[in-house]
Design a protein around this ligand. Structure first.
Ligand SMILES: C[S@@+](CC[C@H](N)C(=O)[O-])C[C@H]1O[C@@H](n2cnc3c(N)ncnc32)[C@H](O)[C@@H]1O
Length: 340
């Protein structure tokens, strides 16, 4: 198993931002991997030609209030399309943190229990906490572990929920959804001495872009004819229908490492595990991935949903000879902050 561990001070030499939620994965970043642009001659043309106002105006259907309150309500049922974290996650964390199956884990912003289910074998009891009932319903329906408990609530509600204390608390792609400083303090209060907070996310830095992206036993010839997901083309359609393109974060968005350093935890270490290199998607699966996001959740499109779906599918099919795309979510970065 290859992995790399750095502490937060050494990481100062790495200029890349570590704020993961929108910044470091292609899905959230608002730009395509360089290869995608190079392979797709018509991308730039597509980006400038759309009269974007039409769809955006038609989309003002009143559905937006619901999306604002519950951004993952209709995304939840598509969430299983999200790329998994590193295959080494459970084993590496158990070894590194000495989990022996006896402790308690709280997964905050669990979604459908991506991390709760993955790490369940390392704990005696697991609580998956999320404010979105549809996410919890998806989780309950798909989980094989009877010792995972599903609780509705926000990170900020933890002090009111009487959940007890934990050996580990995870936030995977969810800290950015909370009041970060308050959440870190609450998490610290909820950890047992010696327990650990883990912030988990996909990160394009780490081991870097795989040399032969997508190369696996199933694709021994390599993915030459399997282009990366053409995000720029997709952003263009989203912009046309919703009036915005998911954009890079504001430059003042604080890096998680810096946030942890000035929090009650006073620092963190960074563990990077190799990501999944072999995720191949059909155009339909790319669309599922999009619908799993808060910014392109199905209800955002109102009555234009089918039109949007057809437009994106038609574009995607035009851009692949094999009917497939390669999805590189990045490596898995875990920031680990311990309670003294
Ligand atoms: C991008 S999903 C991450 C799901 C899962 N942890 C994963 O890694 O796949 C973000 C989740 O955070 C949840 N969330 C939103 N606001 C929250 C809050 N204030 N406290 C805790 N979770 C929140 C959302 O409902 C959603 O399920």
């Amino acid at each position: 198993m290859s992995q790399s561990i750095r502490n937060s001070d050494q990481n100062e030499f790495n200029p890349d931002p570590s704020c993961p939620s929108r910044r470091t994965t292609p899905l959230h970043r608002g730009w395509a991997p360089r290869e995608a642009t190079a392979n797709l001659a018509d991308v730039r043309l597509l980006r400038v030609r759309r009269p974007r106002i039409l769809h955006a105006v038609r989309n003002q259907s009143g559905a937006d209030a619901g999306v604002a309150d519950r951004p993952f309500r209709t995304a939840a049922r598509h969430y299983k399309a999200r790329p998994p974290y590193s295959a080494d996650l459970g084993r590496a964390l158990s070894e590194h943190l000495g989990w022996d199956g006896s402790g308690r884990l709280l997964d905050v912003g669990s979604g459908p229990g991506t991390i709760a289910s993955e790490l369940a074998p390392a704990f005696a009891e697991v609580i998956a906490l999320d404010p979105e009932p549809e996410m919890l319903a998806e989780g309950k329906a798909g989980c094989r572990h009877s010792h995972v408990r599903w609780v509705e609530g926000r990170a900020e509600d933890i002090p009111l929920l009487g959940l007890g204390s934990f050996q580990a608390i995870t936030l995977a792609q969810s800290l950015h959804r909370t009041d970060r400083e308050m959440t870190l303090q609450i998490v610290h209060n909820s950890l047992k001495p010696g327990g650990a907070l883990l912030l988990i996310h996909h990160a394009l830095r780490g081991f870097g872009m795989p040399e032969r992206p997508g190369f696996t036993a199933e694709f021994p010839a390599g993915p030459a004819r399997i282009p990366p997901i053409p995000y720029e083309v997709i952003w263009d359609s989203i912009e046309g229908y919703l009036g915005f393109t998911p954009s890079p974060p504001a430059p003042d968005e604080e890096r998680y490492m810096a946030l942890l350093r000035r929090s009650v935890f006073a620092g963190c270490e960074e563990l990077i595990l190799p990501g999944r290199r072999d995720i191949i998607r059909t155009p339909e699966s790319v669309l599922e991935l999009l619908f799993s996001t808060s910014f392109a959740a199905p209800e955002r499109f109102g009555p234009n949903l089918d039109e949007f779906r057809n437009e994106v599918l038609a574009k995607l099919y035009r851009l692949t000879d094999t009917g497939t795309f390669w999805d590189w979510p990045g490596d898995t970065e875990i920031l680990i902050a311990r309670k003294a």
